[in-house]
Design a protein around this ligand. Structure first.
Ligand code: HEM
Length: 190
């Protein structure tokens, strides 16, 4: 399981080990002729490693972006109405809602919009600023389940999704951990 507990498969595998000779003579990013010897070109940042779902068709089965939007609406309506969870969230929930939708899309096998913008999800680390206990994790999961159901997602799909999100939500519990609580904002993480 990776550091942030995401039960995911990486689409882009680690570079495979190259033979010794190839490692000693790296292939230039750009043609050497255009590069002065003394000032190597700045290397382009590597493309984000993009998590994909274990169920490639789950994204279609929940109705793609349209289906997910309904789920996120239902989920957020419940979070917003919950007196235990609501104070954890900022006054304006719209930016977080968008991030949640982007993350879930990528997690479910749609476009990797979240990692394109913010890099590696590192969800546990991104949740350090919020003190999450078992009750919060339980409520979060309950509302996700209710949201999926209210949005009309099929029972089989709900079970698959909650199977993945259950361990992830429990992994966010950090109430007893000595972790940095400073806000991370929109940080792009590696
Ligand atoms: C376990 C209980 C959880 C609680 C109480 C919780 C709470 C929060 C809060 C308060 C935020 C900040 C929202 C904002 O800035 O508007 C947030 C962000 C986020 N949460 Fe959770 N969360 C939980 C679990 C999860 C899980 C299981 C996932 C994965 C599906 C998740 C995905 C996200 C994402 C993607 C963001 C945006 C992170 C960023 O890029 O800043 N959360 N969460």
């Amino acid at each position: 399981m990776p550091e942030d507990g995401l039960p995911l498969i990486w689409v882009q595998p680690e570079p495979s080990p190259r033979p010794e000779a190839a490692r000693e003579a790296p292939v230039p990013i750009q043609p050497q002729a255009t590069q002065p010897q003394t000032a190597p070109a700045p290397q382009a940042p590597p493309p984000p490693r993009v998590p994909a779902t274990r169920q490639p068709d789950l994204w279609e089965r929940i109705g793609g972006r349209e289906g997910l939007e309904r789920v996120v609406d239902e989920f957020y309506a419940r979070v917003e109405a919950d007196p235990y969870l609501r104070p954890m969230f900022p006054e304006d929930m719209a930016p977080g809602r968008l991030k949640q939708a982007e993350f879930l899309e990528q997690w479910l096998g749609g476009e990797a919009r979240y990692s394109m913008k913010y890099g590696h999800p590192r969800l546990r680390m991104r949740h350090f600023p919020f003190v999450i206990d078992q009750r919060a994790a339980g409520l979060w999961l309950r509302y996700m389940g209710e949201g999926l159901r209210a949005a009309g997602v099929g029972e089989r799909e709900i079970a698959e999704i909650l199977n993945g999100l259950g361990p992830l939500a429990r992994h966010m519990i950090n109430v007893d951990d000595d972790v940095p609580r400073e806000p991370l904002g929109d940080a792009r993480l590696q």
